[in-house]
Design a protein around this ligand. Structure first.
Ligand SMILES: *Cc1c(COP(=O)(O)O)cnc(C)c1O
Length: 400
C-alpha cells in the first residue's frame, strides 16, 4: 500500500481497500488513526482566517481528518470529483436541498422516495421556504419532462426506490434535466456504488446513506453527497459549517473500515436477494415480490441497463393474509430480525402496514401491507429456511 494506490485506474475492489488510507507519517502505522479532536492548532497570525471555511484543519465542524479520508474513498467509489460526508443520509439530503435551492426554485422528485425526502420537499421546503415542488412518477421519463417549469432547478430521484423498489432511468432523466438547464440528484442508497454509479450515467449529484451498505455493519450512521467541486464547495460550507450536520470522527472511521468489504458483501447481497426473490415468487401464499432482478419486475429492463453486476439486497413482498398474520409470521423468524434500516450484514425485515400516508403513490399491490426485506449476507439456505419455517408455523401455504 502506498500513496499511489489512489489512482482511478485501479478497480473498484482495490480502491475500496486503499483510497483514503495511507501509512501514518507520525507513527508508521499502516492504518490512519482516528483524530478525536474537535479543534486544530491555529497559525501564528490567525486573524485573517475564514472561520466559515470548510475542509481545512480548523474545527471539526468545518472538516477533520477522518471526514476527509472517507470523502476521498466515497468520491472514488462513486466515480465523482468531490464528496462531503455528514452525520446521516438525511443530513446529506437536507444539506443538498438547503444549499442548492432558493425561494422560488422548482424541484421535481420521485413519487417513491425515502420518507424524509417527502417531508423535506413536500412539507418543509415548500411550505416554510417557498420552494415549489412536484411529485412525479419518475418510472417514465416523459412524466418528468411534462413537469418541467422554467424555474426547475433540481430533479431528485431514488432508484431503486424505498420501499417499492421502483426503477427510474437515470440516463434518460439526466438528459431531460440537462436539456432544460436543471440538475439531477440520485439517491443511490439501495444499489450502492458497487451496483450503480449515477454520475457515470449523467447525474450531477449522488446521495448515499452511508448508514446502509457502505458501512454495512449496522453500527454507525453517516451520509454523503458526491458531485463536482464547483457545487460541493458551496454545499460543504452550508451543510457542514452552517447547518452543522457533522459526522463524528469515530463514525467516519467505522464507515471507512466497513467500506473496505463493500464489494465482497454486495456480491453476497446480490446473490442472496436473487435466490430469496426467486424462492418467494414460487410460494402460493406470497401475493407479490418486487425485486428489480426478477424478469417480472416492471423496471427490470431499465435496471439491467443501469445496474451491474447485481440488483442489491433489498426486496419487498406481500402475503395473502390479514394484518395480524403478517405480525405472527415475523414473530416466528429466528435468523431474520424485525428492525428498520437495511444494508446490514444481517437480514432485516419490516412490516409496513396499511396506514402509510403515501400509499396513494404506491402501486396497487402495496396497499394491503407488505414487507421490506433487506436480505443479509448469511447463508442463503438459512435465510430461505427461516422464511419457510416461519411461514409454515403461521399456517401459510409453502412449497418445498
Ligand atoms: C435510510 C435511507 C436514507 C436516510 O439515511 P439515514 O442514514 O437513515 O439518515 C436515505 N435514503 C434512502 C434510500 C434510505 O434507505
Amino acid at each position: 500500500m502506498s500513496d499511489h494506490a489512489n489512482e482511478t485506474t485501479y478497480g473498484f475492489g482495490t480502491r475500496a481497500v486503499h483510497v483514503g488510507n495511507e501509512v501514518d507519517k507520525d507513527s508508521g502505522a499502516i492504518k490512519r488513526p482516528i483524530t478525536m479532536a474537535n479543534s486544530y492548532v491555529l497559525p501564528y497570525d490567525p486573524t485573517d482566517m475564514n472561520w466559515s471555511s470548510a475542509g481545512g484543519n480548523l474545527y471539526t465542524r468545518n472538516g477533520g481528518t477522518n471526514q476527509k479520508y472517507l470523502q476521498e474513498r466515497v468520491a472514488s467509489l462513486e466515480g465523482g470529483e468531490d464528496c462531503v460526508v455528514l452525520a446521516s443520509g438525511v443530513a446529506a439530503l437536507s444539506g443538498l436541498f438547503f444549499a442548492l435551492l432558493n425561494k422560488g426554485d422548482h424541484v421535481i422528485f420521485s413519487s417513491v422516495t425515502y420518507i424524509a425526502v417527502y417531508r423535506l420537499l413536500n412539507e418543509l421546503l415548500n411550505n416554510k421556504f417557498g420552494v415549489e415542488t412536484t411529485i412525479v412518477d419518475t418510472t417514465d421519463p416523459a412524466n418528468v419532462e411534462a413537469a418541467i417549469r422554467p424555474n426547475t432547478k433540481l430533479i431528485h430521484i431514488e432508484t431503486p426506490g424505498n420501499p417499492t423498489l421502483m426503477i427510474s432511468d437515470i440516463a434518460a432523466i439526466s438528459d431531460v434535466a440537462h436539456r432544460h438547464g436543471a440538475l439531477l440528484s440520485v439517491d443511490n442508497t439501495f444499489a450502492s456504488p458497487f451496483n450503480q454509479r449515477p454520475i457515470e450515467l449523467g447525474a450531477d449529484f449522488v446521495v448515499e446513506s452511508l448508514t446502509k451498505y457502505i458501512n454495512g455493519h449496522g453500527d454507525s450512521m453517516g451520509g454523503a453527497i458526491v458531485g463536482r467541486t464547483e457545487h460541493l464547495d458551496k454545499i460543504r460550507a452550508v451543510s457542514q459549517v452552517n447547518l452543522g450536520g457533522t459526522i463524528s470522527p469515530f463514525n467516519a472511521w467505522l464507515i471507512m473500515r466497513g467500506s473496505v468489504t463493500l464489494p465482497l458483501r454486495m456480491r453476497q447481497h446480490n446473490e442472496n436477494a436473487m435466490a430469496v426473490a426467486r424462492w418467494l415468487e414460487k410460494q402460493p401464499c406470497v401475493s407479490f415480490v418486487a425485486y428489480p432482478g426478477l424478469e417480472s419486475h416492471k423496471g427490470h429492463e431499465v435496471a439491467k441497463k443501469q445496474m451491474s453486476p447485481g440488483f442489491g439486497g433489498v426486496l419487498s413482498f406481500g402475503l395473502k393474509a390479514d394484518h395480524d398474520t403478517h405480525n405472527r409470521f415475523v414473530s416466528h423468524l429466528k435468523v431474520i430480525t424485525s428492525a428498520v434500516s437495511l444494508g446490514h450484514d444481517e437480514s432485516l425485515i419490516v412490516f409496513l402496514g396499511e396506514n402509510d400516508e403515501r400509499q396513494y403513490l404506491y402501486p396497487e399491490e402495496f396497499h394491503n401491507g407488505f414487507f421490506r426485506f433487506s436480505v443479509g449476507i448469511e447463508d442463503a439456505e438459512d435465510i430461505i429456511g427461516d422464511l419457510k419455517q416461519a411461514l409454515e408455523k403461521t399456517g401459510l401455504d409453502v412449497l418445498t
